[in-house]
Design a protein around this ligand. Structure first.
Ligand code: 9WN
Length: 472
C-alpha cells in the first residue's frame, strides 16, 4: 500500500456531502453510478464505490461487491452491467432485451434469473475487496467476507487470464470499447474505423435524454458499439473471434494490482500468496515488454486486429530498454508476441495508470511521472486535473467524455501511483485538486480539465466515493 496520505485540511462538509450522494444512489443492495443516466449496477463503478463506501458503512461496501459478484457467469466473467429489474427497459440502452444474457449467454454460463450484459469492465474488484476488508477487519471476518468473495475473484481473474489472452503473450484483451471503461477514447478510433456501424434506425440511445450530446460519444460511435456487442452476443459470448481486440495498459495494470490484492486476501485466509505475487511480477514485465513506448514516455494500447501490421513469428522481444530511458523502435509491430499487432500512437490517460503498480521498474515509473507533468497531460496552473487524453492530440476535446475531460477515478489511481512511488508532493497536489473539483462540481461525472466546469451526470457515485476515500 502507498504510505498514508499527508494531513492536508479537508472542508468538513465534503465527506458529508459525498456520503449523501452515495446514500441517494443506493438501491438497497448496490449503488447506481447516476440515478438518471446509469440506473443499474456497473462493474468497475461498484469497485470504486465500495472503496469510498467503506468509510461510511463497511457493511454496505461489502454488500456492493457481493451483489455484483452474485451476477458472475459460470465461465468466471463478471458482467459490466447487472440490470435492476424494477427499472423500465427504455431507461438505459442497451437494455436486457439487447444483451439477452440468460439465453444468448447460456453456453458461457450466464445466470438464469438475473439479467446482465455480456461484456466486462476493468478488474478493480479484488483491490476493492481488500481495501473494504481493511476498513473493518472484525466485521469482515465475522461475516466471512473474504472467504466468500475469494473464489469468485479467483475465477474472475482466471477467466481474464485464460479466455482473454487473445494475443498469446499473457496480457488480457478487451473486445469492446465499453469493456475498457473509457468508451470513446481516441485510442479506439483506428480499430473502430474497421467496424461497420449498425444502422442508426436499429437502436435508440437513451443517454441523450439525460446528457448533452456534446458531452457524449457520437451516433457513429454508438453504431459501432452496437455492432460489436451484437456480434459478440450472436456468437454466444464466446471469446476469440471478434473484430475488435486490444491490449490496454490500464485494464492490465488494474488486473495486476488486483492480483497483488488477491495475494493478500489469500494470506489473510491462511493460504499462500506467493504464486499470485510471482504472476503479478511476470505480468508487469510483460506489460512493459508489450505496451511500453519509450518515445512516448508512457504505455500505449496494442491493436491485435490490424491487418496492415507486419506478422511476427514467435516471441521476438522488443529490444527496448526496460529502464525506460533508451530509444524505442517506431512503429513496433508485433513485438513481444505472435501474429499481427501494432501499438496505437494515441496518448491517453490509460497509459499512465500503470503507475499504480509498485513493481514497475524505477526508470519507467520516473518517466511516467515526467510525462504526467509534461505538456501532453499538464500545462502547470492552466490545467486543473489530469485529462483523459493528450492535451496536444488532434482529437482532444475538453468536453466530450473520454476524449479530453478529466475523470475522478483516473485522478484517484494516479494519486495512489504517485504516492506508491514516493512522489509525495505531487500526490498531495493531485489529492487537493481531486477534492477541490469534486466538491466544486457537485461530484460531476467528469470536468473540463482547463476550467473544471462540470460535464456529464451530476451526483456521480464514483466521484463522491473516491473523494471520500481521499478525505481519509
Ligand atoms: C457504458 C457507468 C459507466 C462507466 C464507464 C463510462 C460509462 C457506459 C455508457 O458509464 O459507460 O458502459 O453508457 O456510456 O464510460 O466507464 O463505467 O458509470
Amino acid at each position: 500500500d502507498p504510505p498514508a496520505t499527508a494531513a492536508t485540511p479537508v472542508p468538513t462538509s465534503l465527506p458529508a456531502r459525498a456520503a449523501g450522494v452515495l446514500e441517494a444512489n443506493w438501491t438497497g443492495a448496490s449503488t447506481v453510478p447516476s440515478r438518471a443516466l446509469y440506473p443499474h449496477q456497473w462493474s468497475w463503478d461498484s469497485a470504486f464505490i465500495a472503496i469510498g463506501l467503506r468509510h461510511v458503512s463497511p457493511r454496505r461496501a461489502q454488500t456492493e461487491l457481493e451483489t455484483l459478484l452474485a451476477a458472475q457467469w459460470a465461465d468466471g466473467r463478471v458482467p459490466h452491467i447487472v440490470f435492476n429489474p424494477s427499472v423500465p427497459l427504455d431507461a438505459y440502452f442497451p437494455s436486457p432485451d439487447f444483451w439477452r444474457s440468460s439465453t444468448a449467454g447460456r453456453t458461457a454460463g450466464a445466470p438464469r434469473t438475473l439479467q446482465t450484459s455480456g461484456i466486462v469492465q476493468p478488474p478493480v474488484h479484488a483491490l476493492a475487496a481488500w481495501l473494504v476488508h481493511r476498513a473493518d477487519p472484525r466485521l469482515s471476518r465475522a461475516r466471512g467476507f473474504l472467504a466468500r468473495v475469494h473464489p469468485r475473484l479467483a475465477a474472475w481473474h482466471r477467466y481474464l487470464l485464460h479466455r482473454r489472452d487473445l494475443g498469446g503473450a499473457g496480457l488480457v484483451c478487451v473486445v469492446h470499447p465499453w469493456e475498457q471503461g473509457m468508451d470513446n477514447s481516441p485510442c479506439w478510433d483506428a480499430p473502430l474505423a474497421r467496424i461497420t456501424p449498425a444502422p442508426a434506425h436499429s437502436f435508440r440511445r437513451a443517454d441523450l435524454e439525460h446528457g448533452a450530446a456534446g458531452d457524449r460519444p457520437t451516433d457513429l460511435d454508438y453504431g459501432r458499439y452496437v455492432r460489436l456487442a451484437a456480434d459478440y452476443r450472436d456468437a454466444g459470448y464466446a471469446d476469440g473471434g471478434g473484430e475488435f481486440a486490444v491490449e490496454d495498459p490500464a485494464f492490465n495494470a488494474l488486473l495486476i494490482a488486483s492480483e497483488l490484492a488477491l495475494a493478500r486476501i489469500a494470506e489473510e485466509l491462511g493460504a499462500s500468496g506467493s504464486a499470485r505475487r510471482a504472476r503479478a511480477h511476470r505480468l508487469t514485465a510483460t506489460l512493459v515488454e508489450r505496451l511500453w513506448d519509450a518515445e512516448a514516455g508512457m504505455f500505449l494500447c496494442r491493436d491485435l486486429r490490424d491487418e496492415d501490421a507486419a506478422p511476427v513469428r514467435g516471441h521476438s522481444g522488443s529490444g527496448q530498454d526496460p529502464s525506460g530511458t533508451g530509444p524505442a523502435p517506431l512503429p513496433s509491430p508485433g513485438h513481444g508476441g505472435s501474429g499481427r499487432s501494432r501499438l496505437l500512437r494515441e496518448r491517453a490517460v490509460s497509459g499512465l495508470v500503470p503507475l499504480v503498480l509498485p513493481g514497475l521498474p524505477r526508470g519507467i515509473a520516473a518517466t511516467l511521472v515526467h510525462t504526467l507533468r509534461g505538456p501532453h497531460f499538464s500545462v502547470g496552473d492552466r490545467t486543473r486535473l489530469v485529462p483523459s487524453y493528450d492535451l496536444l492530440g488532434a482529437a482532444f476535446d475538453p468536453h466530450r467524455y473520454w476524449r479530453g475531460p478529466a475523470w475522478f477515478n483516473t485522478g484517484w489511481l494516479l494519486e495512489r501511483g504517485l504516492r506508491t512511488h514516493g512522489e509525495t508532493a505531487a500526490a498531495d497536489a493531485l489529492r487537493r485538486a481531486v477534492l477541490d473539483l469534486a466538491g466544486a462540481s457537485d461530484f460531476a461525472e467528469y470536468v473540463d480539465p482547463y476550467t473544471g466546469a462540470p460535464c456529464g451526470a451530476g451526483g456521480f457515485s464514483w466521484t463522491a466515493a473516491l473523494a471520500l476515500d481521499l478525505c481519509h
